[in-house]
Design a protein around this ligand. Structure first.
Ligand code: RFL
Ligand code: PHB
Length: 389
């Protein structure tokens, strides 16, 4: 098989890139190691920036997003038994949208199937070849049969554990990493949201986050230990612990119910530089990871895909490699802004086991400053709604 761009991974990065390339008349094939159902079963991101909404509109998936997405004009930060609202609309003129990654993925899959562009699910043993030549190849096995795709470019959209980044020789890439000494236990339940807006909680028992997917479905997280197992957290224990971390008004508003999904995610910051090797371009989690505290992972994937789709369109229109050559630097400039913000939100809101009394006092002083200072709130709001690109 021959195509212009071979895309590895059918997560949000790969599917969005595929759609934007299709819109520009650029042929592409997506190879995904899992089944479509498995990809749709992963409960992850919930919150998207206006820039991401704009890209999804361009990708042709506007209708359901605008019908079902919940526009949020602020968030609340809870500490010391009270809540401080951060008013995004007043401080930045912008808002964010609650629309689950599962829904985005489903919409993009459906839009792709109407274009007839191929997505090869359950493609095993995907391997990349000749990526420093002008004729790279991708090999894979599907239904027991070995096959090969010849292409002009490869987009590595295969997430943090994918193969694309790993094929880059160590001497050609530098990585930066921070692993946090805790995880997030996440629960999805068909119960009404605790509040109309997201509540981010700093509490001496640990961080908590009350989010949602709809007016009838909650997405809730609590900070947990790295060694905790799902079995340690039956539903009753989860609800009890969440209540202990909330202020009394929020705790009283909780409606409990059975969990539909429960998972533990470790927290990590990670950046690979450059995001390119020869004709292989990395995008999304394949190149960088942020802790979920700033809700930036999916949004960064979208901005990478924007830069990459523009650069590929320019190449096919003009034969100029100028934007392809600056792709990594442009993407990384925005990535590092989001890395800093996500690290800062994580530091501000979690209980770090190694913290001394001094560290805890400084954390509280920063929260109090945030509650008092409009410039401090503006800095948070500007980053949270998404920096321009
Ligand atoms: P994905 O979603 O990991 O998709 C990669 C795809 O590649 C496939 N793959 C392969 N395919 C073929 N061959 C191989 N060898 C392959 N290896 C892997 C995988 O099966 C998969 O389908 O990466 P992508 O597309 O870059 O998307 C990134 C986002 O998924 C991620 O950044 C977000 O989910 C992060 N995130 C959040 N981001 C936000 O913007 N807002 C949020 O509110 C938010 N909340 C979250 C989050 C991530 C979380 N977890 C679980 C890490 C909340 C959580 C709890
Ligand atoms: C979510 O709704 O899943 C969510 C929202 C905000 C975050 C992280 C996750 O910061």
């Amino acid at each position: 098989m021959r195509t212009q761009v071979a895309i590895i991974g059918a997560g949000p990065s790969g599917l969005l890139l595929g759609q934007l390339l299709q819109k520009n008349g650029i042929d592409n094939v997506i190879l995904e190691q899992r089944s479509g159902e498995y990809v749709l079963s992963r409960v992850r991101a919930g919150l998207i920036e206006e820039g991401t909404v704009g890209l999804l509109e361009r990708a042709g998936v506007r209708a359901r997003l605008h019908r079902e997405g919940l526009v949020h004009e602020g968030i609340e930060i809870s500490f010391g038994g009270r809540r401080q609202r951060i008013d995004f609309r007043r401080l930045t003129g912008k808002a964010v949208t609650v629309y689950g990654q599962t829904e985005i993925t489903r919409d993009l899959m459906e839009a792709r199937s109407t274009t007839g562009a191929p997505t090869l699910y359950e493609a095993a043993a995907v391997s990349l070849h000749d990526i420093t030549s002008e004729r790279p190849r991708v090999r894979y096995r599907k239904d027991g049969v070995e096959a090969e795709i010849q292409c002009d470019f490869i987009a590595g959209c295969d997430g943090f554990h994918g193969i694309s980044r790993q094929i880059i020789p160590e001497a050609a890439i530098r990585t930066y990493e921070r692993v946090y000494p805790f995880g997030w236990l996440g629960v999805l339940s068909d119960t009404p949201p605790v509040s109309q807006e997201l509540i981010y909680v700093n509490h001496e028992r640990g961080f908590a986050l009350c989010s949602m997917r709809s007016q009838t479905r909650s997405r809730l997280y609590i900070q947990c230990g790295l060694d905790d197992n799902i079995e340690d957290w039956p539903d009753e224990r989860f609800w009890e612990e969440l209540k202990l971390r909330l202020d009394s008004v929020a705790a009283a508003a909780i409606v409990t119910g059975p969990s539909m999904e429960k998972s533990i995610a470790p927290l990590r910051s990670f950046v690979a530089d450059p995001m390119r090797f020869g004709r292989l371009f990395l995008a999304g989690d394949a190149a960088h990871i942020v802790p979920p505290t700033g809700a930036k992972g999916l949004n960064l994937a979208a901005s990478d895909v924007y830069y990459l789709s523009q650069a590929l369109a320019e190449f096919y229109e003009t034969k100029s490699t100028r934007s392809l050559d600056t792709y990594s630097a442009r993407a990384l400039a925005r990535v590092w802004q989001a890395e800093r913000f996500s690290w800062w939100m994580t530091r501000l809101l979690h209980c770090f086991p190694q913290d001394t009394g001094f560290d805890r006092k400084v954390q509280r002083a920063e929260l109090e400053y945030l509650a008092r200072s409009v410039p401090a709130q503006t800095a948070l709001a500007e980053n949270y709604v998404g920096l321009p690109y």
